[in-house]
Design a protein around this ligand. Structure first.
Ligand code: SF4
Ligand code: SF4
Length: 396
């Protein structure tokens, strides 16, 4: 196992254990199997374990496993505050104390504001006193490091990043999403600020393995490297010095062994021109299934009406690359549930964006098409209700 350092100099294994995909047994987690997998990863040197309040049964499961095996002091736990459920300082305490009790510990190594998509969410937390709360918990030692996990666009990521002296952040990032969400710009900005970056969805929830088109698999097979599809995705991340930990939601011993081997072998800067070319061709093969040939370059931005143009096209494409539901969920999450929504339907047709698009995309026409597909009536109503809940005043 290789290690990269956090802000305070502690060594974190480059492979982190994502604790949200344990195998189920009945209505709960298969504890014996989860314990075998966790302990195999621990024996191989994994010391970073990521969970969250809302990962059903996960905090309690790892708390029990760490206690039974007496390894709490030897590993780092990252868990998250469900900030979207919170409207008062008392609620922050309630969730945090419950998490400590589930995890059978009296401190959390990395405590993250979960699922931020907008700087407005951080502003709301500040209004209810999160800054004092964090200072107090850090003073008492109940929280060692503070951070946030992120799913919005690059602009909001940069705003949140620069607003506080974060110890860590967590972003979705992989070779196919290099320019989505926080993206490579977000990754590099965090690293430049000395904020370690934890990567989630390194293989797009397994899609860069299980749902690769045959043409993309053929491109990988044509390389002399002989790497598996998962290995390509992981090595692309380890190649970048700005990446600190790559999370993998491991739920088989075979997966633990393969991921640990790759984390052991991969090196920063090992990618050759030919390797980058291979992944560019793989991405191009996946993109052939897309509806709009948007590369996410953002030359068309900002839109005076606040439309997230590349965001809308990315979600529209996800409907065809993955599934309708995945694209619609992404759209609601990254475009619909920000304080200032960025729907394609906000376009007034000024045409400013089209003058800057190097791909000559008829943006106005495609935005209309995308919004119709991404937001059928039931979704429209659902997003409205969620927005009312998330942005109502004085939520407690
Ligand atoms: S045409 Fe629409 S999307 Fe493009 S800049 Fe104008 S309002 Fe924004
Ligand atoms: S300029 Fe064109 S290709 Fe670039 S993000 Fe905008 S729509 Fe996409």
């Amino acid at each position: 196992m290789q290690y990269r350092k956090d802000k305070g100099g502690s060594e974190l294994s480059v492979l982190g254990y994502g604790c949200m995909r344990f195998t189920k047994k009945g209505s709960g987690i298969d504890m014996d199997k989860a314990e075998r997998e966790i302990m195999a990863a621990y024996e191989a040197g994994v010391n970073y374990f990521d969970t969250a309040y809302v990962y059903s049964g996960s905090e309690a499961a790892i708390g029990e496993i760490f206690e039974r095996n007496h390894i709490r002091e030897k590993i780092k736990i990252a868990t998250k505050l469900p900030q979207y459920l919170i409207g008062s300082r008392a609620a922050i305490d309630k969730y945090f104390n419950e998490e400590l009790s589930r995890l059978r510990t009296d401190y959390v190594d990395y405590y993250l504001m979960h699922h931020m998509t907008d700087v407005a969410m951080w502003e709301k937390l500040k209004k209810i006193g999160i800054l004092d709360w964090i200072a107090e918990k850090k003073r008492s030692g109940a929280i060692r490091n503070i951070g946030f996990s992120y799913h919005g666009n690059t602009d909001n990521f940069l705003k949140i990043l620069s607003d506080y002296d974060w110890d860590i952040c967590q972003i979705q990032y992989n070779y196919f999403d290099e320019f989505s969400q926080a993206g490579v710009d977000g990754l590099r900005a965090a690293a430049a600020k000395g904020v370690p970056v934890v990567i989630m969805e390194p293989l797009r929830g397994g899609k860069l393995v299980n749902m690769l088109p045959d043409a993309a698999k053929k491109v990988m097979r044509g390389s002399e490297r002989g790497w598996s599809a998962a290995e390509w995705g992981l090595r692309w991340l380890y190649n970048q010095p700005e990446v600190t930990v790559v999370l993998s939601g491991m739920n088989s011993l075979e997966m633990v062994r393969e991921n640990c081997r790759v984390a052991d072998e991969a090196r920063v800067g090992e990618f050759t021109e030919s390797d980058f070319k291979t992944l560019a061709e793989v991405s191009a093969k996946i993109r052939e299934k897309e509806k709009v040939g948007c590369t996410g370059c953002r030359y068309c931005m900002p839109c005076p009406k606040g439309v997230d143009i590349p965001g809308a096209f990315r979600c529209y494409n996800t409907m065809y690359i993955e599934s309708k539901a995945a694209g619609r969920f992404q759209y609601a999450q990254t475009v619909g549930l920000t304080k200032e929504p960025a729907f394609a339907s906000q376009c007034v047709g000024c045409g400013k964006c089209e003058q800057h698009c190097p791909q000559n995309i008829p943006i106005r026409e495609k935005l209309k098409e995308a919004d119709r597909a991404l937001r059928p009536l039931p979704y429209k109503a659902g997003i409205q209700i969620a927005r009312r809940f998330m942005f109502r005043k004085g939520r407690g």
